[in-house]
Design a protein around this ligand. Structure first.
Ligand code: PEP
Ligand code: MG
Length: 897
């Protein structure tokens, strides 16, 4: 280990390269040796040697073994002991250690060098027969299972028998004779399973152990772990040969593990466990009751003080919380390993903040050390990871779908919105609403539910949008899920789940489980998170706005740090029960005067809606988008209407009073009218049809009413003393003339209202960029718009020509699994296509209007990778759902650093 500088020089001195060559454990052991932390003498066989060994099908690279023997000779010299010596034998461990920590996934053999002769010598030397035979039986056990593949259970069974024969509960109570007997029994097991005697020659033991560690790189556990953690498979493992120090050498000996800070809460206090008179694997294996590290302070105050000082030193040296292993052999402390410690999201935030406050790292480093996913953790209930693993192991994981809205939800399955609402509101039950897909008139059920599950739909489906908006965990597009609404049950594979059964949804991972899994609820008001996000705000250039349709959402987003509303989808306001009849009337009427009446009735509702938003966002900009979806979305579906009509006609046949006949005829008449209207509004491609600005041009009274409502509300709030900054956004424009024609009409209305109210309002008119043509003609658009906002849901749909509503539950899955598309373009901006259009659009627009405000309000605005792109091309802000605001604040800062 002391020659690490030579190894470092051979890879150009970069620490990352040293880690790649020596593995994390080897590099840190060498590094600790360099800074004079007590580390037992040892050396590392490089990952390069491992890769050569594996590539050649199991032959050591030329010269490697000679070098190992030379290095062993070096250890002999340094320790004054000799490998295989009967008087003073050297024992070593052979430990795996890859570049990235893969805890417990590869193999290790301890106590190499023991055989019958050296064991006897060691007994003479130490006078501790118990310790020697405990070490010897451990060697045979580990060697047997790691090198020769003997199931560990065979050895454990023998141990059980030995304990019961001796009448004791723990290994620590076994006598020297018991252990001697076990050693012999283990040797017999070894011979029986391998047909060879246990190898006694220390160099042979070392060679076989080294090969086994090399091979363990490709063991199933290791491969699975790498697949799950995205660690490349071609790195190889290093092998560390380290002089043994013994935590099981008697009363003054122990072994332990510690974290320099609490890994769950992040509290700055060393935490750990130790075991007296034991070897390292006993602590990790959890077979013996460990002692809390604080007890060491009382029992061995000097050792504790030295340990504490080293732990602090290591933390300062690595500027990171450390996870250490140590051993005390006869009153002397040795450090066996240090690496950065695993931690929860909450601990990650607190540790980063406290380290920055202590000057150990900079604030920028603190911001970069926390991931956006860790911030997201604070905003939603989460499953206890252990409970989830247990559930999955028990076969409760039913299916995977799109993870469109994070968090954990547990509840009773309800197959319709009314039932979900009734169970939740009236009976206080936790409910998961399960539907093939959701529609705007399901929102009450979604709001009442803990979570939402659908079998169809994609990342921008109604279910996904609403779930994210309200912070409801949701998994959508679970194609294996077959819902039978008639029988009130669903099937996934062989499993049938009835209405009222419990299920658990992991919206973060996109997983569906049967039964209940325990959840934990973190807290967004965590003081360290608030501080970290405050620092992030000081670093970012992008503004963070929010998509909000009602004052509650707006207020929530504001407490999370939103600096404006980037999208209010006004159509969402129409779905409220008191407004829908007027909207229906407006859609159904052919007479201008009737239409006018319906719109006049809607106006006060909309005015109240907007006033609420202005009050909530006092002083901040509020972008209101004029009505966007095709009108048929506000009417019942053709299928439902036909179904209702058939039903009414059957009832008519059986009507037994004139009065009933009359009522039914009237109802049939009404339904038929609506059906005719639905048929007349039918389009083959509604997403490319009469929607967005086209609606405003077709029915100007509708958008004029909306603009009047916005300005009346703005004037009203301004008169109350509020500061209002309305921005009116026209959706789905593709030609500058559309924009001009709508804007001309709408500006007149705005001016009229302000004149009526006798007050001037600071406002802007702008457009969404959702169609490639709009992006390509941005220089023309920018002449008539004071702001742009990229609607990347539609822009992705129109650029790829892929339906945002269907594709994610269909062919897109195959596109992603086969690598045709590296990523879901509805989740992360496709930089090469959609992104290029955005950059080009921005360049053209700013060539005519350099100060043009330009943001993004598609779902990508909450995705950290897309946020980095938005920063790069120079957008003004990103506007995401309220629950993504804290995540976006961090991601925007990270993009700027
Ligand atoms: C968009 O298309 O990106 C957008 C924000 O509008 P909507 O999702 O309402 O179509
Ligand atoms: Mg859109």
């Amino acid at each position: 280990f002391s020659e690490v500088d030579q190894a470092a020089a051979s890879v150009g001195g970069e620490w990352e390269n040293v880690r790649a060559l020596l593995g994390g454990k080897g590099a840190n052991l060498a590094d600790m040796t360099r800074i004079e932390v007590p580390v037992p003498p040892g050396f590392t066989i490089t990952t390069r040697a491992c890769n050569a060994y594996l590539a050649s099908g199991g032959i050591f690279p030329e010269g490697m073994w000679d070098q190992v023997l030379q290095a062993v000779a070096g250890l002999e010299k340094e320790s004054g002991k000799r490998f295989g010596d009967r008087q003073n034998p050297l024992l070593v461990s052979c430990r795996s250690g890859a570049r990235f920590s893969m805890p417990g996934m590869m193999d290790t053999v301890l106590n190499i060098g023991l055989n019958d002769d050296t064991a006897r010598g060691l007994v003479q030397l130490t006078g501790n027969e118990r310790f020697v035979y405990d070490s010897y039986r451990r060697l045979i056990q580990m060697f047997g299972s790691v090198v020769s593949g003997i199931p560990d259970a065979v050895f454990e069974r023998q141990m059980d028998e030995c304990r019961s024969r001796a009448g004791v509960d723990t290994d620590a109570e076994l006598s020297a004779d018991d252990l001697k007997g076990l050693t012999d029994a283990f040797k017999r097991i070894y011979r029986r399973h391998t047909t060879f005697p246990f190898p006694g020659e220390p160099r042979e033991q070392l060679k076989m152990a080294t090969e086994a560690v090399f091979k363990s790189w490709n063991g199933k556990r290791a491969v699975d772990y790498r697949n799950a953690s995205a660690i490349p498979h071609d790195l190889g493992t290093a092998v560390n040969i380290v002089t043994m120090v013994f935590g099981n050498a008697g009363a003054g000996s122990l072994t332990g593990v510690a974290l320099t800070r609490n890994g769950t809460t992040g509290e700055n206090r060393i935490e750990g466990d130790f075991l007296k008179n034991a070897q390292g694997e006993d602590v990790v294996a959890g077979i013996r009751q460990t002692n809390d590290l604080s007890e060491l302070k009382d029992e061995m105050p000097d050792i504790y003080a030295q340990f504490e000082q080293i732990a602090r030193r290591l933390e300062t040296h690595y500027r990171e919380m450390q996870d250490v292993e140590f051993t005390v052999e006869n009153g002397r402390l040795w450090m066996l390993q240090t690496r950065s410690g695993k931690r929860t999201a909450r601990a990650a935030v607190r540790i980063a903040v406290e380290m920055a406050e202590a000057g150990l790292i900079t604030r920028e480093e603190a911001i970069l050390r926390v991931t956006p996913e860790q911030v997201d953790f604070f905003l939603h209930p989460q499953f206890d990871s252990q409970a989830k693993a247990v559930a999955a192991a028990g076969g409760a994981l039913l299916a995977r779908g799109l993870n469109v809205s994070p968090g954990a939800a547990v509840g009773l399955v309800a197959f319709d919105a009314d039932l979900a609402e009734m169970w939740a509101r009236e009976e206080g039950k936790a409910v998961i609403m399960v539907r093939p897909e959701t529609k705007p008139d399901d929102v009450h059920g979604m709001l009442a539910a803990q979570g939402i599950l659908t079998s169809r739909g994609g990342r921008t489906s109604h279910a996904a949008l609403v779930a994210r908006q309200f912070g409801k965990p949701a998994v959508v597009g679970v194609s294996e899920l077959k819902i039978d609404l008639g029988k009130r049950l669903m099937t996934i594979g062989d499993t049938t789940i009835k209405e009222g059964d419990w299920i658990s949804l992991d919206g973060t991972a996109g997983e569906v489980y049967s039964g209940k899994i325990d959840t934990i609820v973190p807290d967004i008001m965590d003081p360290w998170l608030i501080k970290l996000l405050g620092w992030a705000d000081g670093c970012r250039r992008l503004g963070i706005w929010t998509n909000a349709d009602n004052p509650d959402d707006a207020r929530r987003a504001r407490t999370y740090g939103a600096e404006g509303i980037g999208l209010c989808r006004t159509e969402h306001m129409f779905f409220e029960a008191r407004r829908l009849p007027f909207l229906h009337k407006m859609i159904m009427s052919d007479l201008p005067v009737e239409r006018r009446e319906a719109l006049d009735a809607l106006l006060p509702f909309q005015r109240e809606d907007f006033a609420g938003l202005f009050r909530a966002m006092d002083g901040l900009p509020v972008i209101t988008r004029l009505i966007d979806p095709p009108l048929h979305e506000f009417l019942p579906s053709h299928v439902d209407l036909s179904h209702d009509l058939t039903d009414l006609k059957i009832r008519l046949k059986h009507a037994d009073t004139l009065e009933k006949v009359d009522t039914l005829l009237q109802q049939i008449n009404e339904k038929t009218k609506v059906l005719k209207r639905v048929e007349s509004l039918h389009e083959s491609n509604p997403m490319l049809g009469l929607r967005g600005v086209r609606l405003g041009i077709q029915i100007p009274e509708l958008t004029t009413m909306q603009v009047r409502a916005i300005f009346e509300a703005a004037c009203m709030v301004a008169k109350e003393g509020g500061a209002v900054h309305p921005e009116i956004m026209i959706p789905l424009t593709s030609h500058v003339n559309e924009l001009k024609s709508q804007r001309d009409i709408l500006e007149v209305e705005a001016q009229t209202v302000m004149a009526e109210q006798g007050i001037e309002i600071d406002y802007k008119f702008g457009t969404m960029i959702e169609i490639p043509r709009a992006a390509l003609t941005a220089h023309q658009m920018a002449e008539h718009a004071q702001f742009f906002s990229f609607g990347t849901n539609d822009l992705t749909q129109t650029t790829f020509g892929i339906s945002r509503d269907d594709a994610e539950a269909g062919f897109l899955i195959r596109y992603m699994s086969t690598g045709i598309l590296p990523e879901n373009p509805f989740a992360t901006i496709d930089r090469d296509g959609v992104g290029q259009l955005m950059a080009l659009c921005l360049e053209k627009a700013r060539s005519v209007n350099p100060d043009l405000e330009c943001g993004i309000c598609g779902e990508h605005a909450g995705d950290p990778q897309s946020i980095a792109f938005c920063h790069q091309i120079g957008l003004t802000y990103v506007s995401c759902s309220p629950y993504r605001v804290p995540v976006a604040r961090l991601a925007a800062a990270q993009a700027a650093l």
